[in-house]
Design a binder for this molecule. Structure first.
Ligand SMILES: NC(=O)c1ccc[n+]([C@@H]2O[C@H](COP(=O)([O-])OP(=O)(O)OC[C@H]3O[C@@H](n4cnc5c(N)ncnc54)[C@H](O)[C@@H]3O)[C@@H](O)[C@H]2O)c1
Length: 317
């Protein structure tokens, strides 16, 4: 990888971190984002504040489904496809159309634009949600995916679209199945963001369910590292789990967070929404062997960084 790169969903939580890292490595970056209203677009603009001050970065505010993609892909040797409508809970009912548009139609459009272009590596941001409500852990790439939410269906369908364009049209692609990502700029609908916001405001922390559910939480810098390794990968495998190596219960997260805050935090329990699974855990065998990837950030350290960042944001507001 040495030429220009395209990052879709560049203004989002993960996309903006990827942009910052690529710029720090001296890459020329085109960032595409249509600033959906899934959460406050002003927050997304702030995610890109540092990038926008750098000469190597160009922002294209456009929807992947309608944008003229050919000029954006000219001269690129990698595309990091992060754009999507994220979130499990909002993917029911009327909103499903948005998921079809942002996750499926957008991916299909990008794949069509990549057809016939040699030397471009596509890295697709897939999700642990493709596995669904499994009874056997860890989740392995070769097990039968069975999503448990409409969101998961769209992420899996898009992953399969990438794979079939790869097989039919020779598109050079790798998919990373991210496991619950956290850190500074995390989406406001995600649990850690909600916990930290409540903790700072002195409100009880909104815990869905009894807190016994587990997640393989992954710090955002580790996900960025996995993306760079996926872009440089020379082997034949297509899909990789990208997990954080710290599967913990929500109870343990809350205890860690109390340590980071330095005091006890009250909790308020609500029902688990439809589509939420009980457990996730990545089998890391393939990504370790093929990409040499190992997550580096322990949960307490990552949570402390997310809390510090949130405090800074609140002080600056
Ligand atoms: N955050 C996680 O824990 C997690 C876990 C698994 C997978 N993922 C995947 O990682 C990717 C990034 O997630 P995130 O948490 O940073 O979400 P995010 O919502 O912060 O970022 C996604 C960005 O994509 C943009 N976007 C959506 N549709 C678009 C379109 N049609 N054209 C152009 N831009 C569009 C949005 O405006 C947004 O800025 C997504 O593909 C998501 O499915 C995230």
């Amino acid at each position: 990888m040495s030429g220009r790169v395209l990052v879709t969903g560049a203004a989002g939580f993960i996309g903006s971190h990827l942009v910052d890292r690529l710029l720090a490595e001296g890459r020329e970056v085109v960032g595409l984002d249509c600033f959906t209203d899934y959460y406050d677009p002003a927050r997304k603009r702030r995610n890109l504040a540092a990038a926008l001050a750098r000469p190597g970065f160009r922002l294209v505010a456009a929807d992947l489904v309608t944008a003229d993609l050919a000029p954006l892909l000219d001269g690129c040797d990698a595309v990091f496809h992060q754009a999507a409508q994220a979130g499990v809970r909002a993917s029911w009912g009327e909103e499903f159309g948005v998921y079809l548009h942002c996750n499926l139609a957008a991916t299909q459009r990008l794949l069509e634009a990549l057809k016939g272009r040699a030397g471009v590596r596509l890295v697709y941001a897939s999700s642990s949600s493709v596995y669904g409500r499994v009874t056997t852990l860890p989740m392995r790439e070769d097990s039968l995916p069975r999503p448990y939410s409409p969101y998961g269906v769209t992420k899996l369908a898009a992953e399969q679209l990438v794979d079939l364009y790869r097989m039919n049209h020779g598109i050079d692609a790798v998919a990373l199945r991210y496991f619950t990502v956290y850190g500074p700029r995390q989406r406001p609908d995600m649990a850690f963001s909600r916990f930290i916001a409540a903790g700072l405001a002195g409100r009880p922390l909104p815990v869905l369910g009894d807190g016994g559910q587990t997640r393989d939480f992954t710090y955002v810098d580790d996900i960025v590292e996995a993306n760079l390794r996926a872009a440089a990968y020379g082997g034949d495998a297509f899909v990789f789990n990208a997990g954080g190596g710290s599967r913990v219960t929500l109870h343990e997260v809350l205890a860690t967070l109390e340590g980071v805050f330095g005091h006890a935090l009250a909790r308020e329990h609500a029902a688990v929404p439809a589509g939420d699974v009980q457990d996730t855990l990545a089998d890391a065998t393939r990504i370790e062997a093929e990409l040499g990837f190992r997550p580096r950030t322990p949960l307490a350290e990552g949570l402390a960084r997310q809390l510090a960042w949130t405090r800074e944001q609140e002080e600056a507001a």
